[in-house]
Write a protein that binds this ligand. Structure first.
Ligand code: GDP
Ligand code: IMO
Ligand code: MG
Length: 427
């Protein structure tokens, strides 16, 4: 019953799409368990580049069944256009399964996301504007719309009415916007019902039966550990649980079924949107990481904030996710630096701190304590085994492994499917 969770160990964009795709060939199901089309996962297959937002990266592996779990929030128009975009490129998407319990991102959730961000002004979170937070808020407030509601017009109408009741007051009286008509929303949502129907399934049953039959199931996280609503840098987080526990609630499998938890870890650090980031660079090194690493958002096109590797965060990710392995990505991007600083601890109000402080105030004041590691200049993109790497690159990986608290079982040396060094097999 091999069930693997693959998730981001930092602030997202660690290379989860590539890592999932790499394993996709050997797994039976790839499951998204949280988030929505705020994610942007890039997969490079040969000379083809795919940008996936809502669909699990396993959609590109022919033998694999992609699943959108109950914990995901689904924007039906985005989903349908992503599917047709892939179909036009010859990708078969017919195996996709969508949980009837997944919540729907309605047009008013997108509106609310945008107006609340505007209203927050300089205190804004820097969301992707895709309606993620407001949709999860409706879910928790018990006024959400689920995929299954598309198949009962009367229930759908009642639920949209309930959801818009307060929102229309807020939109008109507080934000000075026009009220949203219930009929229009219902009509738009009903328009998606037939198109989505072939995919809608009891995914909890399907996945648990698959695990009983010893099928291999891979749970693909969106975002990353530090963007987790409970364990991230709140309030500068997303509104779901990308951490390992989220896979259980977001897909309906028990924790006893999970056999391995793989943290995807970039060899340096990036972040999109607002919030604290101790190793952030505002100098030429930051620019160079952004340029060489191609650090521009897949979803919003925003430049990513860049900084050196932060071992305090990696250790934290190991702890809150119970990581069994790391997949270290983008090591190739660091080629060419004579010395590479790595943050090994923080200094907070004059004191050295080894672990991530739980207090937001302390984290905002954290200054990185750096250790300098020797760099390398050789091209490593063709390396196939660990020993193909220059000695200093090997030492960099080993140092990160030691500081981070879990074995590094694979190393990315380029964006392509084959540009990976496998150290320990994941299956
Ligand atoms: P995700 O959101 O975690 O799936 O990551 P993104 O796709 O948003 O960003 C990761 C970027 O790094 C993508 O452009 C990938 O193609 C690229 N990438 C992934 N692994 C590697 C690697 O090992 N080396 C290099 N140079 N690029 C990589
Ligand atoms: P992947 O899966 C990086 C960030 C946004 C913002 C915060 C809240 O590609 O790693 P939201 O729209 O979710 O309410 O925005 O979370 N964010 C991401 N940053 N990668 C992502 O996904 C992200 N998804 C959301 O920039 O700071
Ligand atoms: Mg991304």
């Amino acid at each position: 019953m091999p069930a693997l969770v693959l998730l981001g160990a930092q602030w997202g964009d660690e290379g989860k799409g590539k890592a999932t795709d790499l394993l996709g060939g050997s797994v039976d199901y790839v499951v998204r368990y949280q988030g929505g089309n705020n994610a942007g996962h890039t997969v490079v297959v040969g000379d083809q580049k795919y940008a996936l937002h809502l669909l699990p990266s396993g959609i590109l592996s022919p033998g694999c069944t992609p699943v959108i779990g109950n914990g995901v929030v689904v924007d039906p128009s985005v989903l349908l256009s992503e599917l047709s975009g892939l179909n036009e490129r010859g990708v078969d998407t017919s195996k996709l399964l969508i949980s009837g319990n997944a919540h729907i991102i309605t047009p008013y959730n997108v509106t609310v996301d945008k107006v609340t961000e505007r209203f927050l002004g300089k205190r804004k979170i820097g969301t992707t504007g895709r309606g993620i937070g407001p949709t999860y808020a409706d879910k928790i407030n018990r006024v959400g719309i689920r995929v299954q509601d598309l198949y009962d017009e009367s229930i759908l109408t009642q639920k949209v009415e309930a959801a818009l009741d307060v929102k229309n007051q807020m939109l008109t009286k507080l934000y000075n916007r026009r009220a949203i008509a219930v009929d229009q929303v219902v009509e738009e949502l009903l328009g998606y019902a037939d198109k989505l129907a072939p995919y809608v399934a009891d995914t909890v049953l399907v996945l648990n039966e698959a695990l009983e039959q010893d099928k291999v199931v891979l749970f693909e996280g969106g975002q990353g550990t530090l963007l987790d609503i409970d364990h991230g840098t709140y309030p500068f987080v997303t509104s779901s649980n990308p951490t390992a526990g989220g896979a259980c609630t977001g897909a309906g499998v028990g924790p006893t079924k999970i056999s391995r938890v793989i943290g995807i870890l970039k060899a340096y650090t990036t972040r999109v949107g607002a919030g604290p980031f101790p190793t952030e660079l505002f100098d030429e090194d930051g620019e160079a990481l952004r340029r060489i690493g191609g650090e521009r958002g897949v979803t919003t096109g925003r430049d990513r904030r860049c900084g050196w590797f932060d071992a305090v965060i990696a250790r934290y990710a190991t702890r809150v996710n119970g990581l069994t392995d790391f997949f270290l990505t983008k090591l190739d991007v660091l080629t060419g630096w004579e010395q590479i600083p790595v943050c090994v601890a923080y200094e907070i109000d004059g004191k050295r701190v080894e672990e991530l402080p739980y207090s937001q105030t302390d984290f905002h004041h954290a200054k990185p304590v750096y250790e300098m590691l020797p760099g390398w200049s050789e091209d490593i993109s063709k390396a196939k085994t660990f020993s193909d790497l220059p000695k200093n690159a090997q030492a960099y990986v080993k140092a990160l492994e030691e500081m981070s608290g879990a074995p590094i079982s694979a190393i990315g040396v380029g964006p392509g499917r084959t540009e990976t060094i496998e150290i320990n097999s994941f299956l």
